[in-house]
Ligand binder design. Structure first.
Ligand code: ZN
Length: 68
């Protein structure tokens, strides 16, 4: 039994889209798809940096409230 007829539709879908990957975080289309890893890593680093800065800020604010 063959079930390849449905697969050929996906391949002819869009040649430009075929190798592009979509970032699930920001919805950006990454081309070529191999760059998605680097892109996702940048998200991760930015998130980590943001969380660190946020924590520092919250720490500072809580201390300011203590001094006031
Ligand atoms: Zn992204």
């Amino acid at each position: 039994m063959r079930s390849g007829s449905s697969n050929s539709k996906t391949i002819s879908f869009d040649r430009n889209d075929f190798r592009a990957a979509k970032c699930e975080k920001c919805g950006t289309k990454i081309y070529p798809a191999s760059l998605l890893d680097a892109h996702a890593m940048r998200h991760e680093q930015r998130d980590r940096w943001f969380n660190d800065e946020l924590r520092k800020l919250q720490h500072t604010f809580s201390h300011m409230r203590d001094l006031a």
